[in-house]
Write a protein that binds this ligand. Structure first.
Ligand code: UDP
Ligand code: MG
Length: 322
């Protein structure tokens, strides 16, 4: 029995890259099937995340040309993480393992062999693709990404540095992932919590093949904030400690001031220090309220428990024609 592999590829306005990605993946699949690494029942599943261009038409076209290509059409744009989850949850009962990958060929397709090997020969349930260079990113993206992973680490999050969403998961790991009900999805912080035996494979991240990045600065920043606040409560704990520190400080200050009064020292001046205290504490309060607000907002969204995605259509040829 050879492995049934499903690739899951979220696509948002990717009409320019689907042809090339399909061609490259098809070659890889033919080769893997020939070497009996994967079963001919394996599929390549594109998840159309409410694209505004011809992406879905392109996916349907691919599916009709060749049954190795399948497609999931979401009812609207839900963002990369939700689209990915929609794909993984849809295929989890059909496959032995699934590999998630971006549509733009930035993840190296040749790494798939190493991932399958870890899955088959070493019985790993999760294989993380980790990039060993960031040469193709701008200096800015490299710096900000570096700072982000450092922060995540300091905050005690379990995420794997330089691993994006290129990974293999076994069927039971997907089953595990399906038990996490959260709305604030940050898959790379969540998957390590699933557990099981895991491994890392390294690859060189290439340039986007065509089209442009769907993560402009604004989206990148909010993704980072979401990533931190949905996997770690440390920023709130941090506020608690700052508050505690200033409280002790204030008590000591109060004792000092009252003491001075009884000694009879002149207590006229002190305007500057008063102002500094007011402004300083004002700022600190706003910061604290802001961070707490971020978490309360998250709770608000979790409590409503809205569906994370809605699937409009799933086109898949399950039986094996090959
Ligand atoms: N993507 C998506 N929904 C979105 C935004 C992006 O499904 O709302 C997909 C996109 O089509 C691509 C992947 O997520 O396959 C990663 O996006 P992109 O390559 O633009 O991000 P970058 O590599 O620049 O971080
Ligand atoms: Mg990309």
């Amino acid at each position: 029995m050879t492995t049934i592999l499903y690739m899951v590829i979220p696509c948002y306005n990717e009409e320019l890259v689907i042809d090339e990605t399909s061609k490259r993946l098809k070659e890889k699949y033919s080769q893997l099937i020939e070497n009996e690494k994967i079963s001919p029942k394996s599929r390549i599943v594109y998840v159309n995340d409410g694209s505004k261009d011809k992406t879905w038409e392109k996916i349907q076209e691919k599916h009709h040309e060749d049954s190795v290509f399948s497609g999931i059409n979401l009812s609207r744009n839900r963002g990369h993480q939700n689209a990915l989850l929609a794909g993984l949850m849809t295929v989890k009962e059909l496959c032995d393992c699934a590999i998630s990958m971006d549509a733009d060929l930035q993840d190296d397709i040749d790494t798939i062999d190493a991932m399958i090997e870890k899955f088959e020969d070493e019985a790993c349930d999760i294989v993380y693709g980790v990039r060993d260079n960031r040469d193709t990113d701008t200096v800015f993206k490299r710096r900000t990404a570096g700072a982000f992973y450092k922060t995540m680490e300091l905050l005690g999050s379990q995420s794997i540095p330089n691993h994006a969403d290129f990974r293999l998961m076994s069927r039971r790991a997907l089953e595990g992932l399906s038990q996490f009900p959260e709305e604030n999805l940050f898959l790379r912080g969540l998957v390590p919590l699933v557990g099981y035996k895991s491994a890392v494979v390294y690859y060189k991240r290439g340039e986007r093949f065509a089209g442009e990045s769907k993560y402009p600065l604004k989206r990148m920043l909010s993704f980072a904030v979401d990533g931190i606040t949905s996997t770690s409560a440390t920023p709130m704990r941090f506020i608690l400690w700052i508050g505690f520190f200033f409280f002790i400080f204030a008590i000591i200050g109060a004792i000092y001031i009252v003491g001075r009064h009884f000694i009879g020292a002149p207590d006229v001046s002190g305007w500057a220090s008063t102002m500094i205290a007011i402004i300083g504490f004002g700022g600190l309060n706003l910061l604290a309220v802001g961070i707490i607000g971020e978490y309360i907002g998250k709770i608000f969204i979790e409590v409503k428990h809205r569906p994370r995605y809605i699937i409009e259509e799933f086109i898949n040829q399950e039986e094996n024609k090959g």
